[in-house]
Write a protein that binds this ligand. Structure first.
Ligand code: CA
Length: 269
């Protein structure tokens, strides 16, 4: 029906503020709080709803999983930046999920558990969790922890990070790309795609992960997007786009920035 408001979309970008409502105001006039893609893995359905609505009100894009199997599958899609992870879950518990992430930089994990035991906290942090919230906790505290994690992953980690491949330099802190000392102009989407690859230089990023992170989870199957933008980047960055060395095709799996990182054993003396 014309004129009726569009239904809220699940998993899409945060909707613009309604006419006249304006963006949520910060009482202290602080800089814009970071918003991110958050996965809530929690089998307690009422709690999951409370967390989801608090996160969505703060502008985050939220996905949920009600048990460990669903959680593992959504974690595998690689589309979230922060996971709120319950420990006591049906089928696969939170410890196993945490172990499966195996120290990967993304997503950041905030464990939410009814177990306030100090040993559990230490174990979670040792397994790579970024933070630990003991139930019950308030929505404001949860939101503050999520903001802190997002600031950490986006800010400090990138501030000094410069990734190179041959003549191409990607300065993640300054948000600049140079080739042979000359600045290369990229569209916002080209830039986001390049930085996703550069952040994981030397390792293969699969098609679905790249599509989810750059365009959003609903685009995970649209390889044409990816192919088109990879070609555009290669025309700007490669000496010979037909024989790429900066953005390398890794068989049918995905793409890699630069030569493969070799984690093999160090050579014998
Ligand atoms: Ca639980």
């Amino acid at each position: 029906m014309p004129g009726s408001p569009a239904p809220p979309r699940n998993g899409g970008p945060p909707p613009p503020a309604a006419d006249g409502a304006g963006p949520a105001r910060s009482p202290r006039g602080t800089a814009a709080a970071p918003v991110g893609r958050i996965l809530v893995v929690e089998d307690d359905a009422p709690l999951c709803r409370v967390l989801t609505s608090a996160l969505e009100r703060a502008g985050h894009v939220v996905d949920t999983a009600g048990d460990g199997l669903e959680g593992a599958s959504k974690l595998g899609s690689g589309s979230c930046e922060v996971v709120l992870l319950d420990i006591g879950l049906p089928f696969v518990d939170g410890w196993k999920l945490l172990q499966s992430l195996d120290g990967r930089r993304q997503p950041s994990v905030i464990v939410i558990s009814a177990r306030g035991d100090e040993r559990d906290k230490v174990r979670a942090l040792d397994l790579g969790a970024d933070d630990y919230l003991t139930k019950p906790f308030g929505a404001d505290e949860m939101l503050a922890r999520v903001r802190a994690v997002l600031r950490r992953v986006r800010g400090t980690a990138e501030a000094a990070r410069v990734v190179r491949c041959g003549e191409v330099v990607v300065d993640l802190g300054a948000r600049l790309v140079r080739r042979g000392g000359e600045e290369i102009r990229l569209s916002p989407t080209e830039y986001v795609l390049l930085t996703e690859l550069a952040r994981h230089a030397g390792t293969v990023m699969d098609h679905r992960t790249l599509l989810s992170r750059v365009w959003g989870p609903m685009y995970a199957g649209d390889r044409n997007y990816l192919r088109t933008f990879i070609q555009r980047l290669r025309r700007k960055l490669e000496d010979d786009p037909a024989e790429p060395t900066v953005i390398v095709t890794a068989g049918r799996r995905g793409y890699r920035f630069g030569p493969a990182a070799d984690p093999g054993p160090s050579p014998a003396p």
